[in-house]
Design a protein around this ligand. Structure first.
Ligand SMILES: NC(=O)c1ccc[n+]([C@@H]2O[C@H](COP(=O)([O-])OP(=O)(O)OC[C@H]3O[C@@H](n4cnc5c(N)ncnc54)[C@H](OP(=O)(O)O)[C@@H]3O)[C@@H](O)[C@H]2O)c1
Length: 303
């Protein structure tokens, strides 16, 4: 039995569907079971659980051989946040998996994690990687770049609603985006490769794109100019600091946006492709699939 923590999310849901299509037994953990009705209909066992509640983890892990940890609370509000979920919660999951005698643990981390990373979310991920390593559980870590699909939706919503996109900084920094489908395929390949146990596998997409280039893809697909609104790096940094206590989710988001505009986020996927037979998807295809049918952008005359 595979337990997917975060099965209602982009990556967890895709991994669940791929495993179910292979006829494997899948259990999906979520705080809100109605969110995964689609997976239940495909044959997944659904269990209510919360990374902040260790007793629910014990129940979820009953009879499980492999855990795939794909939850996160980066945008989380209030008590459901990176500290309680990504840090404390993932460590509790590792402890519970060990106690339950789980055979293998796949942890979804991020490309670029390190202990002195400027963004605390990356430091949390790195700390959990270290904790997993020290646990002596059999494990594999996956370190993907930014996911294409949620970023396409985030930008696409602005394009569709207002005909514009807000860019923090200059928008000229090349960023590697990878399709969730490709990361999910990699997770499945890893499961059948015991020699990769104890390793951290990096995966990125086939191209490094600036936010201007992503906006240009939207322009081509919806057939209209997309207005760029700029939020300066100085303002983003200052607001991030100011909002740390008042609105931590906004503070985190701005800190990440500053990082995305300033850090070296390019990735060469040659090495990944040498080891894994993947046909990496491109951003244009992901956007076209979702937005080529868009016929109207309110207030902009996009028709
Ligand atoms: N998005 C990216 O660009 C990106 C890039 C690199 C790595 N990653 C990593 O990849 C993984 C999957 O990301 P994603 O974007 O696919 O996620 P997502 O779509 O944002 O979904 C987040 C998931 O986390 C679960 N979750 C949140 N709080 C929880 C809690 N207290 N207990 C249990 N589950 C909780 C949610 O489940 P319920 O709400 O159903 O409980 C949901 O399934 C994460 O580890 C993320 O850090 C993401």
């Amino acid at each position: 039995m595979f337990l997917i923590v975060g099965g209602s999310g982009w990556l967890g849901g895709t991994v669940a569907r791929l495993l179910l299509a292979q006829g494997r037994r899948v259990r999906v953990m979520t705080r809100i079971p109605a969110k995964v009705d689609n997976l239940a209909r495909l044959g997944a066992d659904v269990v209510a659980g919360d990374l902040r509640q260790p007793e629910t983890l014990r129940q979820a892990l009953n009879g499980v051989e492999v855990v795939i940890a794909a939850a996160h609370a980066f945008p989380g509000e209030g008590e459901n946040n990176p500290l309680t979920v990504d840090n404390v919660g993932n460590r509790a999951l590792i402890d519970a998996a060990k106690a339950a005698g789980v055979g293998h643990f796949v942890f979804t981390s991020m490309l670029g994690v390190r202990d002195n990373h400027p963004v605390d979310f990356y430091r949390i991920k790195y700390g959990v990687e270290q904790y997993l390593h020290a646990s002596r559980l059999s494990y594999t870590i996956v370190r993907p770049s930014f996911f294409m699909e949620p970023w396409a939706v985030r930008i696409g919503e602005q394009v569709v609603e207002k005909g514009e996109v807000t860019i923090v900084g200059h928008g000229h920094n090349p960023i590697n985006f990878v399709s969730v489908d490709d990361v999910a395929s990699l997770v499945l390949l890893i499961l059948d490769r015991p020699e990769l146990r104890g390793r951290a596998i990096k995966i990125g997409g086939p191209e490094n794109l600036t936010l201007h280039q992503v906006a240009a893809i939207f322009e081509q697909i919806v057939g209209r100019f997309v207005t760029k609104r700029y939020y300066s790096l100085e303002r983003a940094k200052a607001t991030s600091i100011l909002m740390r206590k008042i609105n931590p989710a906004l503070s985190r988001d701005l800190a990440l946006s500053v990082y995305m505009d300033t850090a070296d986020l390019a990735f060469d996927s040659t090495e990944t492709l040498r080891v894994f037979p993947l046909q990496l998807k491109r951003m244009e295809g992901i956007i076209r699939q979702r937005y080529s049918a868009v016929t109207r952008v309110p207030g902009t005359g996009v028709a």
